[in-house]
Design a protein around this ligand. Structure first.
Ligand SMILES: [Zn+2]
Length: 288
């Protein structure tokens, strides 16, 4: 992706230096309180709605604490931050244009860079849950060490695979602004877990499709390179529920899918990318 020299977003909040003892102590307190009062601490410690990965399942090794802080100011990390800020700016420009064309006003989300643990309006989250969007505070949360996991653990390398991750979370922000996410939360009330999972898959696939719509317009700017979209497509494949479950536990439990299969994620990402039309991202009814 030819991102260097392009506009970088101001909407980045760098909370990586806040990752020390404070949040760890709070997490310990929540866990202790959970034991004492008999509630499930994971309900508080889990990520917000709409993460990129099946939330809170512990499928990814938790790399929190130590290690990454020492590299926070390294040139590689600074470059990664610039990349994230540039991709975020590209999503701002694209979605501002799309909203305007429909007579609407796009409100930029904030993107919080964190390290290990973070507190959001959706509660505490660990980097292990992957990047996520919190509808309560309109912020995308990202621990950039996830990009290394994406590359090394999931076999999804390439800059545009990373851009897809950001664009997917911004897709959830678009769902929040357009009221889709609020409707989803209402519908989810009182549903069985299996039904709620099916609904979650529809929301997640739409975020993939919106990421594809963004990629479509980014491609029109001439900044995509050979193989870029394919690397995003490969990421969508590697983080599909079936592929992840096979890798982590050796078998699949379709009722527990909440993000969609590899094939579904690829299909909807491609659909948005090919047409660039929101109307092609209706995942809420019909076959997926
Ligand atoms: Zn998601």
């Amino acid at each position: 992706m030819l991102w260097r020299g392009r506009r970088q977003s101001d909407n980045i909040e760098d909370d990586r230096s806040d990752s020390g003892g404070g949040s760890i102590i709070l997490v310990i307190l929540v866990v202790i309180a959970g034991w004492y009062f008999g509630f499930d601490p994971s309900a508080i410690l889990g990520g917000g709605d709409g993460g990129l990965l099946p939330g809170g399942g512990g499928q990814i090794t938790d790399n929190s604490g130590g290690g990454q802080d020492s590299s926070a100011g390294s040139p590689a990390n600074d470059e990664m931050k610039q990349f994230v800020a540039t991709v975020l700016a590209e999503t701002e420009d694209t979605w501002t244009g799309i909203f305007k064309s429909q007579g609407l006003t796009y409100e930029d989300p904030k993107l919080v860079l964190f390290s290990g643990q973070v507190r959001s309006a959706c509660g505490f989250a660990s980097a292990a849950a992957g990047p996520f969007y919190c509808p309560g505070d309109h912020k995308v949360y990202l621990d950039m060490t996830f990009f290394q996991q994406l590359d090394q653990q999931f076999g999804a390398s390439g800059e545009f695979a990373r851009a897809y991750v950001i664009a997917h979370e911004v897709g959830h922000h678009v769902q929040n602004l357009t009221g889709i996410m609020g409707k989803f939360d209402q519908m989810r009330q009182g549903m069985s877990e299996a039904d709620a999972n099916q609904l979650s898959v529809r929301i997640e696939l739409q975020a993939d499709c919106f990421a594809g719509v963004w990629a479509h317009y980014t491609g029109q700017k001439g900044i995509l390179e050979q193989g870029d979209f394919e690397s995003a497509l490969n990421a969508a494949k590697q983080i599909g529920d079936d592929t992840l479950q096979k890798k982590m536990q050796g078998y699949v439990v379709p009722e527990s899918f909440n993000h969609g299969t590899s094939q579904q994620r690829q299909t909807w990402l491609t659909r948005g990318y090919k047409s660039g039309k929101l109307s092609d991202c209706n995942t809420m009814s019909g076959p997926l």
